[in-house]
Design a protein around this ligand. Sequence first.
Ligand code: ADP
Length: 242
Amino acid sequence: MTVRPGDSEASTDTRTGSIVAECSAVSRTFGSGTTAVHAVRDVNCRIPSQARVALTGPSGSGKSTLLHLLAGIDTPSAGMVRWPALGHDRHHRRRKIGVVFQGPSLLPSLDVTENVALPLLFGGQADDTARRRAGAALDLVGVGDLAAKLPDELSGGQLQRVAIARVLAARPALILADEPTGKLDHNNAERVVAVLLDTANAIGGALIIATHDASVAARLPDRWVMRDGQLFTHLNADRDMT
Ligand code: ADP
């Protein structure tokens, strides 16, 4: 089933699970006048906790911008993003949303464990708990042996996996991953997607992965496609039957 933009029913399944995020007629324009870029146009979406979404579309179609809006780190030019299941407190909400960014996001002066543990410490975890959870998350993505290294001692793919571990360690209710496998070979890409899915299942959280990789997209039951800032949501066929 495909739902067109602007349709009020443009949502993933809402019959079960709580809604972690939803957008209503959301647009994001950069600049103004003749140079304005309409990165996201009139998008409606609803993300229940069981959503497992592959967000695809050509480069420049608005995927990153939409993820940033859903993460609450960018503000719509029009329309509204809400996080019904995450409460009204902005700090609490920030901790419940994990974003795997495309670019470098680790602090260069902290080692790998410290980088992964840092958000947990900010969230009030004790130091030993934060370190233990950081170690477990690093093991999950296959970089436990790099725990004591500094970011500039790692390859691009290793950095990407540490950034993913940092998000997983925080056990967010909504995981937003922007091309998380872009620098990984096929085996590590498979592993990272499996870990993201396992983690979302274990936490009972929603997962959205923006990807150009067809084999990554194929692992996720829900498909969203962006074109020129517009979102087309393809609902999971099995869930549609229920
Ligand atoms: P995608 O993730 O699909 O590649 P983006 O969301 O990064 O697409 O970009 C969508 C459009 O918005 C592109 O034309 C891009 O150049 C533009 N854009 C994104 N961020 C900014 C920004 N901060 N300032 C100006 N234009 C931007």
